[in-house]
Design a protein around this ligand. Structure first.
Ligand SMILES: [Zn+2]
Length: 126
């Protein structure tokens, strides 16, 4: 579902769901009118800021400047999630009770939650 065709631009071919041009979250289907391009006003804004900065720096359509601390936070959260996945893969074969499974799931969810809520922003300052 969610993981399909991440690399494709939003709103293309074959009845795939449209995605926000900034954060890539799937947009709710819209019956009539112009299709939405962004999931929120802030995504519209970040996309615009990113394009402005890219134009100033003569970057291509596919390049973007992201602040180092923003990227560090993302990498930290990905690392925590990777460790939790490792833990879960190690512990799952030995887990037999519902309580043990629940504990593994809670640990995974705790590690995944920051990524669910993460919003990346383009670097807008020099
Ligand atoms: Zn969005």
């Amino acid at each position: 579902m969610e993981q399909a065709d991440r690399g494709e631009p939003s709103g293309t071919s074959r009845g795939e769901p449209s995605r926000c041009k900034w954060c890539r979250r799937v947009l709710p289907p819209r019956g009539v009118g112009r299709p939405r391009e962004y999931c929120s006003q802030s995504c519209r804004q970040w996309h615009w800021v990113g394009r402005q900065r890219a134009a100033e720096l003569q970057l291509s359509e596919s390049e973007l400047i992201v602040a180092k601390d923003e990227l560090d936070r993302l990498h930290d959260e990905m690392y925590v999630l990777a460790c939790a996945v490792d833990d879960a893969e190690r512990d799952l074969p030995g887990a037999h009770s519902a309580a043990e499974l629940r504990e593994i799931l809670d640990w995974l969810l705790e590690a995944a939650r920051p990524l669910r809520d993460r919003e990346l922003r383009p670097a807008s300052q020099r």
